[in-house]
Design a binder for this molecule. Structure first.
Ligand code: 13P
Length: 250
């Protein structure tokens, strides 16, 4: 059985003060939920505060990005060592916004995934097609390449601990989510792709859907065979709506 996993990706939102307010409320709203793994990924500058606030709670903390090197002359970047020392547990890698605005490549994603495991951070690897790619019937090729490259060189044990977020780019922040069936088609295809190289791990690895997930549509996604959770953007910026998504997760 794969435990459902709902994470919020705050992107570039929330000051330390705002993060404090959101987490203080969220903690009370979800405190009795045990059958869903819950997490938030705040901006790097909020991490210390959020780790401190979530300490004895059921809310995990992830970062949104990191460099693949341990340290060095990389102005503006942060490392896995720094995240680990803070008490961060998860790391989002290869979000489509990073691939698009910062030209992150599949090779860099793979380096970051390996670094994450070296430092005992659990990766949430994002994949997904653009609207153009979907129209041209290239969805499967695109995600297959992204998955194969991202997992290159990993052990089966590492793959089983990996989380993949399938986020069709056209559904992110648009209010227009993929239909649950559409999403599940790609998500089960992703599991098939992983199955080719890692048969056992492919049944353990969890795959989230991301893209305009809201309290009213999470149930439909979770009802599908291969969707194990969600990576939530906009609706995770408000404690009540994020808590409602978690509560509606079955
Ligand atoms: P929205 O939920 O705002 O569409 O964002 C999804 C996302 O990009 C999560 O990483």
């Amino acid at each position: 059985m794969r435990k459902p996993i709902i994470f919020g990706n705050w992107k570039m939102n929330k000051t330390v003060k705002e993060a404090n307010e959101l987490i203080s409320l969220l903690k009370t709203l979800v405190s009795d939920i045990k059958d869903v793994e819950i997490g938030v990924c705040p901006p790097a500058i909020d991490l210390q505060e959020v780790v401190k606030l979530t300490k004895d709670s059921n809310i995990k903390v992830g970062a949104q990005n990191m460099h693949w090197e341990k340290s060095g002359a990389y102005t503006g970047d942060i490392s896995a060592v720094m995240l680990k020392e803070l008490g961060v547990e998860y790391i989002i890698i290869g979000h489509s916004e990073r691939r698009e605005y910062y030209n992150e490549t599949d090779q860099e994603v793979n380096k970051k995934v390996k670094t994450a495991f070296e430092h005992k951070l659990k990766p949430i690897i994002c994949v997904g097609e653009s609207l153009e790619e979907r129209k041209e019937n290239k969805t499967k090729d695109k995600v297959k390449n992204q998955i194969k490259n991202a997992l290159k060189g990993l052990t089966a044990n590492q793959v089983s601990q990996t989380v993949i977020a399938y986020e069709p780019i056209w559904a992110i922040g648009t209010g227009e989510s993929a239909s649950a069936k559409q999403a599940n088609q790609v998500v089960s295809y992703i599991r098939d792709v992983v199955n080719l190289d890692y048969p056992e791990a492919s049944q353990k690895l969890r795959i989230q859907y991301g893209g305009s997930v809201k309290p009213h549509n999470i149930e439909e996604f979770m009802a599908e065979s291969d969707i194990d959770g969600a990576l939530v953007g906009g609706a995770s910026l408000e404690a009540n709506s994020f808590a409602d998504i978690v509560k509606n997760t079955k």
